[in-house]
Design a binder for this molecule. Sequence first.
Ligand code: S3P
Length: 177
Amino acid sequence: MPGNVVLIGPMGSGKSSVGAALARRLSRPHVDTDHFFVARNGPIPRYFATHGEQAFRAEEERIVAVLLDAPRPSVISLGGGSVTSAATRSLLADHFVVLLDVTAAQAELRIGDAATRPVLTEGTQDPPIERWKRIYAEREPLYRQLADLVVSAEEASIEDRVDTIVEAMRKGRTEHK
Ligand code: S3P
């Protein structure tokens, strides 16, 4: 259903934690595409090892389409790579899309050894944060092009980020009256 709040951004940007807090504040359901993926298919690293990234992206694209069509306006946290799908990008036009920006240093603390994120570890000896930087540089134009609101990396606390999003939603409603 149109009218969801959709959180996008790179791995380790806090999409799940900010999404949960925002949903509580708005009294809306929170759904996380990665959690939904795992509930249906098992752990992401195992899925990558068995089926490969392309199959993961196809399944992720299907899941995002189902969740965006939620029966009630929801808060939806997308996996960091969802925006690489053109089909997903066009579906996002009907929703309020929030990019959670993050610095490499903040992301590094959150991703740790990246054990649950095979895109950062497969086929490389580099530290996960080096791969993270390359992937973020590739995807950043997509994130920025899709975002109705960018929450700055300087707003580090979850509650500050929620306040900024709620305020922007309020303003948006007034401006559209
Ligand atoms: C990925 C991000 C992950 C998860 C998968 C691939 C990516 O989600 O979907 O490991 O390609 O950026 P988070 O952004 O929630 O870590």
